[in-house]
Design a protein around this ligand. Sequence first.
Ligand code: ZN
Length: 413
Amino acid sequence: MEFTAQEKYEFKRLLDDLRSKTGRGTELISLYIPPDKQISDVTAQLREEYGQAANIKSRVTRLSVQGALESAMSRLKLIPKPPANGVVIFIGNVDAGANRTELYSTAMEPPDPIITYRYHCDSQFLLGPLEEMLADKKTFGLIVLDRREAAIGVLRGKYVEPLKHLTSTVPGKQRKGGQSSHRFQQLRLIAIHDFYGRIGESANDAFLPIDAKDLQGILIGGPSPTKEEFMEGGFLHHELQRKVLGALDVSYTDESGLYELVDAAQEQLQDLEVTHDKIVMRRFMKELVSDKGLAAYGEAEVRHNLELGSVEVLLLSEDLRRTRSKIVCSNRSCDFTDSQTRSGAAAVLGNCPKCGSPLSVAEEEDLVSDLSKLADGCGAEVKIISSEFEEGQQLYKAFGGIAAILRYKTSHI
Ligand code: ZN
């Protein structure tokens, strides 16, 4: 499943939150249940673990582990059958500071199917399998070739998948006795050309069915001048040809060459990751210095434009850590309400301007989600910008992490 920018952001925040939780001993339970697993089997295993936990020497840890297992089993009773992608359960007594612990428990359906069943007990939650799902699933086409051999594959996220291996009938440079040198060279060139043609066809078969927006680019590897000849010779479908990112030297042209090609292209692949963010940030900076008035920044101004429906692209820093709170009066007979953006729960709310009773928070939402919803409502595109490059840091530091490119000029507030 492909995540939207906002879903990805929310999933990332959840993982950050889970990562920060620790137990006193090995008492945090992580359960990864694949879609085809019988819940009754899982419960049976937990019951067995419960029995074995009786051997834990420390009384505190023992009670804590058994308590977590009990909660896990009662949670499972609510799940007659795992959902389509399976279910992940995190449960256990987490450190709550001030020498206290509190029972934490959450269950969720992951974005991708769970493949392997896991029962894991540690002082931290097991997050590796979920982190892997969050990792980029962008696809790159891979071609390695020389005049005798070629391999075609794809890179999906971090994984190379070899798809096809081809060999040629191109004769070696040494001609057989009796053949004219000219004739031999001609036949050799024809054979090379035919082989490139076959490689191109196989690559078209492999890459054209991939959704055009998932296929980020094509990398070609091999010795010189073979890879250049292939790259420039128009052997690929024109739509694929446009996506060629470059040619790199690799020494193998079988399956192992595909891995070598990915290693050689690391820098280019990483650059590409931030390129989309970079392009949109540059567009914002360009609008900012022009006099067309199509740039807005800061929460108040961007919110105003979202409400007007004038935002084309909403830019939010992924480091934005604030919440949008609905504030109400604690006096039930008073109808005062307000919305505030807060950083951290510690901020003092003060008293109701209408009746003087203390104010309290009625609802709270992550600011990124709050603004993204407004953007969805007016058809604006949402970009969650990484801070791992200069312009991304600038968005956070100079523009408060919130900016917008507008469809038309609006009045400032
Ligand atoms: Zn009041």
